[in-house]
Write a protein that binds this ligand. Structure first.
Ligand SMILES: [Zn+2]
Length: 348
């Protein structure tokens, strides 16, 4: 049964919906509720874990080879207010690998605990180039950039009157957009694009009434960006856990945004040889355009599973994503090729 490209478009459109829900690590309830509804809406059993992740059972037969789990994550980079300054500006503490240099001049939503949402912009301190001669040479870090709230605030007391306090979440706008040429541009494609991909695969299975030859789970985690998303909630019948997460694109690597990336090794060491081998064979069987790569600075949810003590074999695939942890770019072809690899791996 052929996998139609309409499923890749479905995946990308679902990803855009999810991208528009702010969900930095630690503030993922709304995103998880959306994921739960999305899988249930396709007719699958899904449940929220205590930790706030979503575990989905795609069905399938009991099999000697056990179950397989695909892990993607719905948490993203972001920040919290570290300090409300005397002049009403906000110093930030970043969540995950958010870099000050590529958040400069980005708009943000700031969420108070009482449920108010305020807008602001991350700017260099003293950001007018007609005033600050060192603007071009100042090193950008979270001591030299700050949030300028779009409210009439001149003091810390003014900010507190809005209901804002230290620890409130600050979410840079995703700016999610698909071009006519099929490029998908947004912050946080890592890893909401892969959540879309798993939804696309789930829809393909449902629409075509595919009988899975082994049990298949999806785990959508919510603490990946801080390193422990995949450390729990893996069902006991799972033998292989495969992270579906962004594929690295950059100097010295082979993958492009239009391909599926199969990771052989990252900062956590090599992935399971046989799982990687099966992913490569799946890509070849489905004629998916793919690239094998070694990621220089990367860790995945399924490595967290191994560190937590799960006796599983692990693998990592995903659509190529350029400018990762910044304003990221992928392509509908990368989505489609990744879906083909998953299809081939499951033999469906
Ligand atoms: Zn990721």
């Amino acid at each position: 049964m052929g996998l139609d490209k309409k499923y890749a478009k479905f995946a990308a459109n679902k990803a855009i919906e999810l991208l528009n829900i702010d969900s930095p690590t630690g503030f993922t309830k709304k995103a998880a509720a959306w994921v739960l509804d999305a899988f249930r809406g396709l007719g699958f059993k899904a449940e929220l874990t205590n930790k706030g992740a979503v575990l989905v059972d795609l069905g399938g037969k009991e099999s000697e080879s056990g179950a397989v789990l695909f892990a993607a994550h719905a948490d993203t980079l972001g920040a919290v207010i570290a300090e409300i300054k005397g002049n009403g500006r906000l110093r930030l503490s970043n969540i995950g690998g958010l870099q000050a240099c590529n958040t400069e001049a980005e708009n943000v939503n700031v969420y108070s605990r009482s449920g108010e949402v305020y807008e602001g912009t991350i700017q260099l301190i003293n950001a007018s180039s007609h005033v600050n001669k060192d603007l071009g040479t100042t090193v950008r870090d979270f001591n030299t950039v700050e949030v300028v709230l779009d409210e009439d605030v001149k003091s810390a007391a003014d900010v507190r009157k809005l209901g804002l306090e230290v620890g409130d979440f600050v979410c840079p706008f995703p700016r999610a957009h698909i071009t006519k040429s099929g490029y998908i541009k947004s912050r946080y494609l890592d890893d909401k694009l892969s959540v879309g991909i798993l939804l696309g695969v789930a829809k393909y299975i449902k629409d075509n009434s595919i009988e899975l030859q082994r049990r298949v789970y999806c785990l959508i985690t919510v603490y990946e960006e801080v390193g422990h998303g995949g450390s729990t909630s893996i069902p006991s019948d799972v033998r292989e856990a495969i992270s579906v997460d962004m594929g690295c694109v950059g100097s010295g690597l082979q993958c492009t945004e239009r391909q599926a990336s199969i990771c052989v090794k990252d900062s956590g060491g090599p992935y399971d040889y046989d799982v990687t081998d099966a992913l490569v064979k799946a890509a070849q069987k489905e004629k998916a355009d793919y690239a094998l790569d070694v990621y220089p600075f990367y860790g995945s949810d399924v490595e967290a599973s191994l560190r937590a003590g799960y006796d599983i074999r692990h693998g990592l695939i995903g659509p190529g994503v350029y400018a990762s942890h910044g304003y990221e770019r992928s392509h509908i072809d990368g989505v489609f090729n990744t879906m083909k690899v998953i299809k081939g791996y499951l033999g469906i």
